[in-house]
Design a protein around this ligand. Sequence first.
Ligand code: FAD
Length: 450
Amino acid sequence: MNKRSFLKFCSALMGTHSLAPLLAWAGGEKLKNWAGNVEYSTDNLYRAKSFAQVQEFIKSQPSLKVLGTRHCFNRIADSTRQFISVKEMEEVIELNATARTVTIEGGLTYGQLCPHLDSKGWALHNLASLPHISIAGACSTATHGSGEKLGNLATAVSAMEIVNAAGEVIKVSRRQDANEFAGAVVGLGALGAITRITLDIQPSFQMEQYVYENLPLSELKNHFDAIESAAYSVSLFTDWQDQRINEVWLKCRTDQEPAFDAPAEFFGARKATRNLHPIAALSAENCTEQMGVPGPWYDRLPHFKMGFTPSAGKELQSEYFVPRRHAIEAILAVERLHEKISPHLFITEIRAIAADDLWMSPSYKQPCVTIHFTWKQDWPAVSQLLPTIEKELAPFDPRPHWGKLFSISPAQLQSVYEKLPDFVALATKFDPHGKFRNDFLNTNVFHLSS
Ligand SMILES: Cc1cc2nc3c(=O)[nH]c(=O)nc-3n(C[C@H](O)[C@H](O)[C@H](O)COP(=O)(O)OP(=O)(O)OC[C@H]3O[C@@H](n4cnc5c(N)ncnc54)[C@H](O)[C@@H]3O)c2cc1C
């Protein structure tokens, strides 16, 4: 890269909202999450540069939280005392072609790992809507992409090293201790600091992305399974107006048969003739390439490009997982609330996720459909709406995304997480005195089992 393009690249990065809170904080403002809706309860942040520093620091503190890339919308990451960041621990430790795994340090983001993996001929099975997030934080909160045959991002984890409350390193692996491992992967930040993660990889692949506009809700109702199985990853975006899905995003692997032939019409929706943003009024400049242009998996699976603002920017998010078998009923239940929802909404995204066996994953033992809301940043209005939406979804036992806003009670959460008592026991083994707990975890996870 020459000097001119380097400066252009830097100024593009500086202009993105994803860096803005960090820069503001460095300039003396309070430490906040990415969206700016959570001001953390302390500014004390220790940046560990090595494994030994993580161990020493954890030993020396009575109470602390590990902070990732701060992309959660609720207080799951908050601390009143002290944060530790492992952001500067960002090495790719080993790419093992025989075992088909990559082992990385705990501070790496998907945006850092994926181009590297691809350059060596390897890929991950799926990604979230954005690559900017830390791998450890994403897996800890069961972050997911879309694809009915694809588990959430944490399902790629095959081993982890976690520094527990005593400063000891605990290794968990799918192969050696399947039970403890299944409890630890979606760990909600309650077990300790993840310093190493091993992920399953597969040979690199190319993808094409197609967007269709205006799918009638009646077509979705009648052909939901066919629509969800039409591509490797399918996302449905709606503003809940006019009984339609505004945009259908189909992400297709070029190496899979039968190939998607990209007809002009897809269940009554028309093929887009230009790149689109999920929020149609916004420029598609920040979005990954569409219109069937082939490209690497890591530049098609997310909706948003690295180095650009993902989503709307100034926003709030909520998301509910419902069992796949109730997908249509749940979607129609939300649709009935459209007059209340639409004025406060940027966009809803509906995605499908395969079942897994990770205790605190919302897809534990059940294939799910998620109904996601990107809200305008008006918490008084959104906080009034969430209980109404949750009441409509209650017959389907919704599980909220761990990193987004919800008002479901701790008792309701307990009733939908059968492994929660086992998780509390596991977390207590790693952290007997609650060094890594905070109000969010005490309220939503730990008080439940007493
Ligand atoms: C614009 C936008 C788009 C999003 N899109 C999606 C999406 O497509 N799919 C989806 O499921 N979610 C999505 N999310 C939610 C979000 O990406 C995740 O919940 C997030 O990635 C969490 O990772 P983080 O590093 O930002 O965690 P933080 O918010 O910093 O922390 C979250 C939790 O992880 C723990 N943690 C972080 N790092 C470590 C570590 N090294 N060791 C131990 N614990 C750790 C923290 O202690 C805390 O409990 C989106 C969020 C935003 C802002």
